[in-house]
Ligand binder design. Structure first.
Ligand SMILES: *[C@@H]1O[C@H](CO)[C@@H](O)[C@H](O)[C@H]1NC(C)=O
Ligand SMILES: *[C@@H]1O[C@H](CO)[C@@H](O)[C@H](O)[C@H]1NC(C)=O
Length: 388
């Protein structure tokens, strides 16, 4: 009603003129002046207050996380830089020369290698991982729980798909652990509990001193030539992080090359503990792939959003809407609508917005290309996911 609105503006002014035009005592006059000023501001101010203040509060509520992430460079300095070890590789260069290029000697025979993971539900990525590493792994160790890190009951997904992994069966040590289902507990406690159980499973698998142990999440896949190098060369660091290329949703969306959590250890009985945090300064660059949220089905995305240790990032239930999830995947945008987690403004701004798609499928796990039909969703140009 614009006319009515105009009319009431007029009316307010009239009333004010009346009051201000009256003769009165000084005190009363200044009081009425004050009242006039307040009245003059009346509608405008109240409309402003009623519209702008709630908008601001709502905006901060919606975007507060973004604001704090954006300002992170002000209150948090970056962690200590890693010591980056250059990585030399070409398929036609002899192992002796490769070791020498890294400043290491070559052994008479390769070390035994154990690959140990905590499994949730990522069957496709596990298949890629095990096929990539297969030639060089002595024993694959897999532990799964009937609880997610966030304490939700979870079916034993590996157990019910074990027959898909017959090729690994002779070299598999599989363990199940019961969740503790503590309500409201920090998810990192359940995660730590499962990692301790993995230490026991490794001993059951027969690991011993000087064997190599890969500690990484299922979706952090070291390239097979990296593991071959580390098992053949002498004098490698006792603990070595692996720098992996980060991808989101598929190999179509390369994010950066900063993934560092995966590590390889020369096992020491009583000393080596399975962990997924920073354990040393040494890191070998370009050592594989980290494909986060690389799922075939939309409902796997939704499960992971609820199940993983950062599930508090699901701030609104519409984040879990399947149509929204599909749109976000095809755009290369963020499922949790968050800003990049970086320590400098330059890096935050450089990464704002969706990830530009890549059209390269060079230097990806061989099994992926050999079975491209089956794993099409991981290759460029195939962002539509299967429902269900
Ligand atoms: C690698 O070695 C093979 C066999 O020795 C040879 O045929 C091939 O041309 C070499 N490739 C490159 C890129 O040097
Ligand atoms: C989880 O596993 C443990 C041990 O196998 C069992 O006692 C418990 O009932 C299971 N809980 C659920 C919810 O399946």
């Amino acid at each position: 009603m614009p006319e009515g609105g105009y009319y009431s503006w007029k009316k307010t002014d009239d009333i004010c003129e009346d009051v201000c035009g009256q003769e009165a005592s000084r005190a009363a006059l200044s009081m009425s002046r004050l009242r006039c000023i307040l009245r003059g501001l009346d509608l405008k101010t109240y409309i402003l207050l009623l519209v702008i203040v709630p908008t601001c509060i709502f905006g901060i509520y919606l975007q507060g996380q973004k604001i704090t992430y954006f300002l992170r460079p002000l209150w948090e300095s970056p962690p200590k830089a890693f010591h980056e070890i250059p990585h030399y590789y070409h398929e036609n260069v002899s192992m002796e020369n490769l070791c020498k290029l890294h400043g290491w000697g070559i052994r008479e025979s390769p070390r035994r290698v154990f690959d140990a993971v905590l499994f949730s539900n990522e069957l496709d990525i596990l298949t890629l991982r095990w096929n990539e590493l297969y030639p060089y792994i002595t024993e694959f160790v897999l532990l799964e729980s009937n609880s997610t890190f966030t304490g939700l009951p979870k079916p034993l997904v590996f157990a019910s798909h074990r027959d898909q992994f017959k090729f690994i069966e002779p070299r598999l040590t599989y363990g199940v652990i019961g969740g503790r289902f503590r309500k409201g507990e920090n998810p990192f406690v359940e995660e730590a509990y499962q990692r301790v159980a993995l230490d026991q499973l490794l001993r059951i698998a027969g690991i011993s001193d000087d064997d190599l142990l890969i500690m990484s999440d299922v979706d952090e896949i070291p390239s097979s030539h990296t593991i071959n190098l580390l098992r053949w060369c002498d004098d490698i660091p006792p603990i070595l992080h692996l720098r992996l290329k980060n991808y989101l949703y598929s190999f179509e969306f390369p994010l950066d090359d900063k993934s560092w959590r995966a590590s390889v250890h020369k096992y020491q009985t009583g000393k080596t503990r399975y962990a997924h945090y920073r354990q040393t300064d040494d890191i070998l660059v370009d050592a594989g792939w980290h494909c986060s949220f690389c799922f075939r089905h939309i409902n796997e995305f939704i499960f992971k959003m609820k199940a993983y240790s950062h599930s508090d990032r699901v701030r609104f239930s519409h984040y879990l809407n399947p149509k929204r999830v599909q749109d976000v995947i095809c755009k290369g945008a963020d499922l949790f609508d968050m800003l990049p987690e970086e320590y400098t403004f330059k890096e935050i701004i450089g990464k704002l917005g969706p990830i530009p798609p890549s059209y390269s499928a060079v230097h990806l796990p061989a099994y992926l290309l050999e079975n491209a039909d089956k794993y099409k969703f991981l290759l460029p140009g195939n962002c539509r996911r299967e429902s269900g």
